[in-house]
Design a protein around this ligand. Sequence first.
Ligand code: IMP
Ligand code: ZN
Length: 363
Amino acid sequence: MEWCFSMPKLELHAHLNGSIRNSTLLELATALDEKDFSEVEHVILKYDDRSLKEVFKLFDLIHILTTDHDTVTRITKEVVEDFASENVVYLELRTTPKRNDSIGMSKRSYIEAVLKGLRSVNSVDVDFAPHSEDSKTFLNPLPSTTEDKCNRDSRKKIFVRLLLSIDRRETTEAAMETVKLALEMRQYGVVGIDLSGNPSIGEWITYLPALKFAREQGLHVTLHCGEVRNPKEIHNMLDFHPERIGHAIFFEEEHWRKLKSSNIPVEICLTSNIRTLSVPSVDAHHFVDWYNAKHPLVLCTDDSGVFSTSLSNEYKIVAMSFGLGRKEMFELSRNAVEFIFADNGVKEDLRTYFNSVAKNMEL
Ligand code: IMP
Ligand code: ZN
């Protein structure tokens, strides 16, 4: 199943700090004193089966280790390089802008550190900002597969766009601040807003004003939806008509009907759902029913570092568990081009690229 790795893929649901390399996390943890380190090491090395509650504890820990400008820059660079190395050609990276007065960090300077990380990637060409018509060709087009083989110098290219996350712990004002920041940062490739964080915390009504404002201003919106059993919130979220939703686990028949009729694409994070014990096994996962019902779906990692996975691995799990072949998996990947939040120019580039790969792969 090497083709799961070599096939071009789109990652639309990846949290920056959740995608941190384990080696980087351990290295950062060594800066702690011995007692704190042994506690942290235990949590970091417990890869499998962390409950959702434990995962959020781990995130608090990760944030203590990663929330300074240089580390944010480093992680961004590594995460982009890691996705590019497994043939992800379009990455929508999401992160929660953080404020930490004690180190002079504002939500804005946090995002500037992320941008610095994008600029510092050198193993691959990164297209992260929307370009004006006259600068459209400032980067190489996506190399075709034949070029890849014939021309050793042809460099890989990845499109990266950013989503700013509202954490469910935040107030309406803090959520609004994030949306305003996203608007200011549009020229640097911020394309939308995500709502995430511990799903057992907070109320939909708190975030609604900021999400409405985001939409009015032309930002795209995706929501973590149905990660816990909360039928009322799922209804409210679907009534809002986000452009995509993540997870969609605890859906009842009525939710499913609503989702189906609105045709909202779902970001599927299989390993994440299983590791957090939200879904008992791959076979019990809703992916297969919704795939058979031809609902728009995209495979994603969620937190490749925290859940020790990769996008290629998610493709492999789906192909093996549900008996999907190379062509079906390629189409699953290609369909995701239609759900991206970047502009039509990027979509068109990706469509052309997938067409050329399809020809070369004789699909
Ligand atoms: P960051 O926003 O870059 O700091 O990435 C980590 C954050 O993403 C966590 O603190 C959560 O707020 C959010 N996150 C990561 N995984 C999940 C998930 O499975 N459900 C909800 N939120 C998540
Ligand atoms: Zn997520």
